[in-house]
Ligand binder design. Structure first.
Ligand SMILES: Nc1ncnc2c1ncn2[C@@H]1O[C@H](COP(=O)(O)OP(=O)(O)OP(=O)(O)O)[C@@H](O)[C@H]1O
Ligand SMILES: [Mg+2]
Length: 512
């Protein structure tokens, strides 16, 4: 008995250890796969999905999945061994009664699976609602300033209460129905027990079985049904785990953006000849945006893209960077279609500064050197001087080593843009994209930066989007866009003389 107890304890312990290892390795793996997939998803997918819901899938759902897996594994392993062991001894003792037990008990599994199937949908609703709640929390925390400035606190709390209440209701419902499973299987198993007692008792009376054998049998029957009861006892967790797994795996199974072709070439030090042939594109099929756009850019030219808000300027840049794939037509750089080069090498050849800045958590220096990680301090300071960022960085408490939070936290909009420009001045990529790059910077600093920009653009193909037309007068080609179409194309003088949309736009900025 002593050694049996000892072996039992040791195996129990090592089983728990193994289970934990398996489960947490699986969770690590699932999270990694999901996160990797997010890096590969087309931007159009992320446009449509709320980030809070994605977070909920990656954190809460994976956790629930792990919990279920852990319980399931434990019950399954011990259950399987107990079932095999007791079956062996029962058949050894008495085939007749053993058959009764063997055949009737799985009935309880049918009952369990019948109820469980009905609750699966409820658990799915529960995890979807949890995702909705996380999304709402995420949205409200990131936009708290907007909420407060419009005095919408009460309304936000109301919306939260509504989702929270819905989550409580559907969780309760799911738990209530799934907890019916265990009592139902117990009823079935108790009937089995009674059946054994009855057939056993009759056998004892007719002298085919001793009282001792019957006692052994009853205790085996008990042992045998126990795993069934235990498994049905964790059905709630298992169902929940399955529903949550479904949500995580739907991320993992989403189709990634079309991968780079196997024979995709690396674009090295592009000369900067960019050509767009019959390019058409729309974000949503119902709403056509860019249609039949043609453009031929010689290396080193400066292309200005102008036009009213919402006409597709940023969209054009998204296409050139291949953030989105064109619907038809072709874009090529140095004569190579961008579809047959690797995305990485294409993007490495472009430097971008956008209206919306992108800064990461880290020091000012970390943020500047992203495009050129091995830059020396002298190079960094030289770049910062060119972009007029040096003077404000110097005044920060720790200069270039000042920590900033994600999105630049305590910096002003203009300062953030200056940092992004410094980044570009340091990396000096062969081609440039400036989409309203100086929109948050005061006019005097802007004029100063423009000199540095002009020097940088010398010999580099650059695409510049600007609303202030005075800044793009010296462009080689000005593309005037309207509703996704290029309505005029040419240099400043020609377009002005033409007296069309551009001259209208230009004059309206100065007549005022
Ligand atoms: N991710 C998206 N999904 C669907 N439609 C989009 C998306 N991004 C932009 N649009 C739509 O495409 C059109 C062009 O947008 P785009 O951002 O290119 O305008 P823009 O010319 O850069 O304007 P602005 O001068 O305001 O920056 C707009 O009507 C916009 O509503
Ligand atoms: Mg834009």
């Amino acid at each position: 008995m002593g050694s049996v107890i000892l072996v039992g304890a040791v195996t129990q312990w090592s089983m728990t250890l193994c289970n934990n290892r398996i489960v947490y390795s699986v969770t690590q793996d699932v999270r990694r796969k999901a996160f990797k997939k997010i890096q590969q998803l087309p931007l159009s997918y992320l446009d449509k999905t709320s980030s809070g819901d994605m977070v909920s899938r990656m954190i809460a759902d994976v956790d629930q999945f792990a919990d279920g897996l852990l319980l399931g594994f434990t019950q399954l392993f011990t259950g399987a061994i107990t079932i095999i062991g007791t079956l062996f001894f029962m058949f050894y003792e008495n085939v007749m009664i053993a058959l009764v037990v063997f055949l009737v008990t799985p009935l309880s599994l049918f009952v369990a699976s019948f109820i469980a199937k009905k609750t699966y949908g409820m658990f799915k609703l529960q995890s979807a609602t949890r995702g909705e709640q996380t999304a709402l929390i995420n949205e409200m925390i990131t936009n708290q300033k907007v909420v407060q400035s419009f005095n919408r606190e009460d309304e936000v709390i109301e919306r939260f209460d509504e989702v929270n209440g819905r989550l409580r209701k559907c969780s309760l419902k799911a738990i209530f129905f799934s907890s019916l499973v265990n009592p139902s299987t117990r009823v079935v198993n108790n009937i089995v027990y009674a059946g054994v007692a009855l057939t056993g008792g009759l056998s004892v009376i007719s002298g085919r079985l001793t009282i001792g054998q019957l006692t052994i049998f009853l205790s085996y029957a008990n042992q045998y049904t126990k795993p069934f009861n235990e498994i049905s006892g964790v059905v709630t967790e298992l169902q929940n785990a399955l529903a949550c797994a479904d949500r995580v795996f739907s991320i993992i199974e989403t189709e990634a953006q079309t991968p780079d072709a196997a024979d995709a070439v690396e674009l090295k030090d592009a000369k900067g000849a960019v050509e767009l042939k019959n390019v058409s594109f729309s974000y949503v099929p119902e709403k056509k945006l860019i249609e039949n756009l043609n453009l031929k850019v010689k290396p080193g030219q400066k292309i200005a893209i102008v036009g009213p808000t919402g006409c597709g300027k940023t969209t054009l840049i998204n296409l050139i960077m291949r953030f989105y794939d064109v619907n038809s037509g072709e874009i090529s750089v140095d004569g190579i279609p961008i579809k047959s080069m690797t995305r990485k090498s294409l993007r490495r050849n472009y430097g971008m500064v956008l209206q919306e800045t992108w800064l990461k958590k880290g020091t000012i220096r970390d943020n500047i050197i992203v495009g050129k990680p091995d830059a020396t301090d002298e190079e960094i300071i030289e770049a910062a001087k060119k972009s007029h960022a040096h003077s404000f960085i110097r005044r920060l408490p720790n200069g270039y080593d000042t920590l900033i939070s994600e999105d630049g936290g305590s910096l002003s909009g203009g300062q953030k843009q200056l940092l992004c420009i410094t980044r570009l001045m340091l990396a000096l990529p062969p081609m440039l994209i400036l989409d309203e790059a100086t929109s948050s910077i005061d006019t005097r600093t802007e004029i100063g930066i423009r000199k540095a920009f002009d020097a940088m653009m010398e010999g580099r193909t650059s695409f510049v989007v600007a609303h202030r037309l005075s800044t793009i007068k010296n462009a080689d080609i000005i593309l005037v866009m309207k509703d996704g179409h290029v309505v005029e194309q040419g240099d400043h003088e020609t377009l002005l003389q033409k007296g069309g949309f551009y001259s209208n736009l230009y004059n309206s900025q100065f007549s005022a």
